[in-house]
Write a protein that binds this ligand. Structure first.
Ligand SMILES: Cc1cc2nc3c(=O)[nH]c(=O)nc-3n(C[C@H](O)[C@H](O)[C@H](O)COP(=O)(O)O)c2cc1C
Length: 205
């Protein structure tokens, strides 16, 4: 069966730098046989977390909007490719709102879950793509920490990352075809890495 990959576009720009990189990675993954589900976060109405902890009962968020459908698409995936611009050293607001709503999954995993946060092998793999305008050494540190703990609620570990400095205006990345090629190749390799994994699992003995 084809590997399922959720591709999350989180920039407010439809044709921005991270969107261009992610669509190349998605093409690479499709080229390697993956089934890619593209999710453009700005197309969904997702309220910020209101911290009412309606999720304490069963791990289900009490606010009813597009969050549940997007969450379920991620849960249905084997792999997640997520792209974000750097806004004030972390992710943008569309993704942050979605992340915070995933506190319901955190509650389910660590407060309610039978294993109380099973720390076994992660069930999913993730590939993070980000772009920022400046060139500082710590440009991606805040974003990567947020991503790590957010992805953990989906039992996903960051296996691949593609981080580009010096990209600012919409379309800047188009001046760097080598970045786009790298995104394609990494998307392809990311999708293939599941096949290897599955082959290993099916190997007798
Ligand atoms: C609200 C906002 C905050 C930003 N904060 C940062 C920042 O902290 N560091 C940085 O290097 N670039 C920052 N940028 C620039 C974006 O990261 C950069 O333009 C990026 O290429 C946008 O990616 P996109 O086209 O995929 O949206 C910011 C831009 C905006 C609009």
């Amino acid at each position: 069966m084809a590997v399922k990959i959720a591709a999350i576009y989180s920039s407010p720009r439809r044709k921005g730098n991270t969107s261009a990189l992610l669509s190349m990675a998605a093409k690479g993954a499709q080229g390697a046989g993956a089934n890619v589900d593209s999710i453009v976060l700005r197309d969904y109405k997702i309220s910020p977390c209101l911290e009412i902890y309606g999720c304490r009962a069963e791990g289900e968020c009490a606010i009813k909007d597009d969050f549940q459908a997007v969450r379920d698409r991620l849960l249905a995936a084997d792999g997640i490719i997520i792209a974000t611009p750097i806004f004030f050293y972390t992710v943008g607001a569309h993704l942050k709102a979605f992340m915070d709503r995933c506190q319901s999954l955190w509650v389910k995993k660590y407060w309610i879950g039978p294993a109380n946060g099973d720390m076994g092998e992660p069930a999913r793999k993730a590939f993070v793509i980000a772009a920022g305008a400046t060139r500082g050494k710590k440009l991606f540190d805040g974003m990567l920490l947020s991503m790590k703990y957010f992805l953990d609620v989906f039992d996903a570990r960051i296996d691949e990352r593609l981080l580009f400095r010096g990209l600012d205006l919409e379309g800047d990345v188009l001046g760097f075809p080598e970045y786009l090629d790298e995104a394609y190749r990494m998307g392809e390799a990311f999708a293939r890495s599941f096949n290897h994994h599955q082959k290993d699992e099916n190997r007798p003995g």
